[in-house]
Design a protein around this ligand. Sequence first.
Ligand SMILES: [Mg+2]
Length: 183
Amino acid sequence: MNKALFLDRDGTLIEHEPYLHKPEAVVLLPGTTEALSQAMSAGYLLFLFTNQSGVGRGYFKLEDVQRVNARLIEMLGLGPDVFTETCVAPEPPGAPSLYRKPSPRFIQEMITKYDLLPAHSWMVGDSPSDWAAGAGAGIRVAAVQSYPPEKAPPHGQATPPDPLFPSLLDFVRSKLPCGSSAP
Ligand SMILES: [Mg+2]
């Protein structure tokens, strides 16, 4: 069986910019490349899982999201196939939703398709919808919050998983077997 990281994009891999749709505006968060590199070395498949309601709201097109994702992949420098699969959920909140987090559907489909072991797979993100999607699919959940609390998305009724990692790299070093560069 395989193990995987499901990764939120905005606020987890790159700086959160509301309705980001310009490739030149992509800014990697510190340590993202190292974190993903270590996770790959530790044998994790990586999946990108991002809600992009700006598509459903008509603010920009799916092609814009794909250009932003391509820029992210280019900036990572870990090869064109760094993500095994990518799910862009374009639905606006409140619309009938197939894949929009907190729906666990994408994760569930990937568990079946890639024979993933839920107990060794993680959803990592900065929002309650990320944590709920992971929990709904029965995988492990981690919260990263790379920005000051006052800039955090509202948690609403959700309690962030404990601990709240200051970066993806802190999560990888702390939680992934062989994911640490320490001897
Ligand atoms: Mg996010």
